[in-house]
Design a binder for this molecule. Structure first.
Ligand SMILES: Cc1ncc(COP(=O)(O)O)c(C=O)c1O
Length: 456
């Protein structure tokens, strides 16, 4: 009753409408109720769209409402689907149960993460690369650490990103105030260097044409293109950073999918310890997307211009803004890195690789141009001349399959769809059949239309 009266009050839109974007206007118009005097963070005002993946989820829900009886298949947000091996969950459940005992109870742990787990991460992923456990920061996932790294960098730095790329780098940069406004015409933010990565340059940026920035976000294997940078290319990247006095934030969240011997870590490149931070995750490696566990490496040798170690500042950020990853998740992480755990995880990764292969064969057999999909779980499909949100909507409407429109990853993603190999096998097989039916029909339709227009 009280809330009804509250919402029924006369204040519908209390501030003058923002001039920035239609999206923010639409959102404000829906707001009902009295306003506070708090002025909206100008950086949040700059953000162009909803974050990509929630926007896709919104469209997914809309579609389900419209077609309540269809079997929707998601090859979209890149979430894992396969059960976590029992070997790993039993360690987590033992740990959780022990929390109910006096002997097994644990409260806050070290903010930087459990020492044994840090050592296991250093040994497993960086065996002979001289990464010390003191340089490992265990986190609740790579995405949170990307934002914590932005907190470390502050608003005064300039950044470069691959285009297309995982949206969290640019969005967190906008939120931090590192960018200017969004330009509708170019679909880019001011003050961000977008490094085009497409078939024209084998998905590796032309560094000779890239202006200097303080920070370079680099994701390999890349989400969304599925491309992995070769050793030679990463040498060039490290040299480029050294020459410019820049730092690289290297995201290796998909390293476990690399098959061709390309580097799984930036620290495989000599000199990288002086210029690179590495962010990584248990999410895609061990199906921990819901459990939440990741890590960041800050080498001792990585220094600011005044010689102060960046590691010290990251430690300060972590102790201030994060009290450490869940100890249950960390127990799971440790179980993943046992030899039995690693073996089990490998078989789950192979399952997704097989999915990816089935999808690749289907799409290629349909005559579509498909990139990626060898060293990563993602296929990057080109629809020349089409808008990616239109293709996304067309595929969804006709096949009830969720994909991701490439433009959500930056202007360089226009004309592409990202299709994920994460999924249950029966969904992958069903999706392949639906895609086959749809694209066969679509191709015939286009041939018919073009021959009709040629006849005119
Ligand atoms: C490149 C990349 N980095 C980081 C993440 C987020 O990882 P986490 O689940 O550890 O936050 C993702 C998730 O899709 C990703 O694709």
């Amino acid at each position: 009753m009280v809330s009804l009266m509250f919402f029924g009050s006369s204040s519908y839109l209390c501030s003058s409408p923002s001039k920035n974007t239609k999206a923010s206007l639409d959102f404000e118009r829906k707001k009902v109720g009295p306003c506070t005097k708090l002025v909206r963070n100008v950086n949040l005002e700059k953000l162009k769209n909803n974050y990509l993946f929630p926007e896709i989820t919104r469209r997914e829900l809309e579609h389900v409402e419209k077609h309540p009886n269809v079997r929707l298949i998601s090859l979209g947000t890149g979430d894992t689907t396969e059960p976590i091996p029992e070997q790993i969950t039993s360690q987590m459940s033992n740990f959780a149960h022990a929390l109910s005992t006096v002997e097994g109870y644990r409260g806050y742990g070290l903010e930087q993460g459990d020492k044994t787990l840090r050592q296991a991460i250093a040994n497993t992923f960086y065996g002979n690369l001289c990464v010390k456990s003191s340089e490992v920061f265990v986190s609740d996932g790579a995405q949170s650490d990307i934002s914590r790294l932005q907190l470390l960098l502050g608003s005064g730095v300039t950044i470069a990103v691959q285009d297309p790329t995982f949206p969290a780098y640019v969005d967190s940069s906008v939120i931090m105030g590192q960018t200017g406004r969004f330009h509708e015409a170019t679909k880019t933010y001011q003050n961000v260097v977008y490094m085009p990565c497409g078939p024209q340059n084998s998905f590796f940026p032309d560094l000779a044409m890239t202006p200097r920035t303080d920070v370079i976000f680099f994701c390999s294997p890349n989400n969304p293109t599925g491309y992995v940078a070769s050793r030679k290319q990463l040498h060039q990247l490290v040299e480029f950073a050294k020459t410019n006095g820049s730092i690289i934030i290297f995201d290796s969240a998909y390293a476990a999918f690399i098959e061709d011997g390309s580097p799984r870590s930036i620290y495989e490149i000599p000199g990288a310890r002086e210029v690179a931070i590495e962010v990584s995750s248990f999410s895609k490696f061990a199906g921990f997307t819901g459990v939440r566990l990741g890590w960041t490496i800050i080498p001792d040798e990585l220094l600011y211009s005044n010689g102060f170690p960046i590691l010290n500042d990251f430690h300060r950020i972590v102790t201030t803004s994060f009290n450490g990853a869940s100890n249950i998740a960390q127990a799971g992480g440790l179980a993943c890195l046992s030899s039995a755990g690693l073996k089990e995880i490998r078989s789950v990764i192979n399952y997704y690789k097989e999915n990816r292969k089935i999808l690749m064969e289907t799409l290629v057999s349909l005559g579509l141009t498909v990139y990626g999909g060898v060293n990563a779980p993602y296929l990057w499909v080109h629809f020349r001349g089409s808008k990616s949100w239109d293709v996304f909507a067309e595929v969804l409407e006709n096949t009830h399959i969720i994909t991701v429109p490439g433009s959500g990853f930056g202007p360089g993603g226009e004309e592409y769809l990202r299709i994920s190999g994460f999924g249950r096998r029966d969904d992958i097989i069903e999706a392949s059949k639906r895609l086959q039916r749809f694209f066969n029909k679509r191709t015939k339709h286009f041939i018919f239309l073009s021959s009709a227009s040629n006849n005119n």
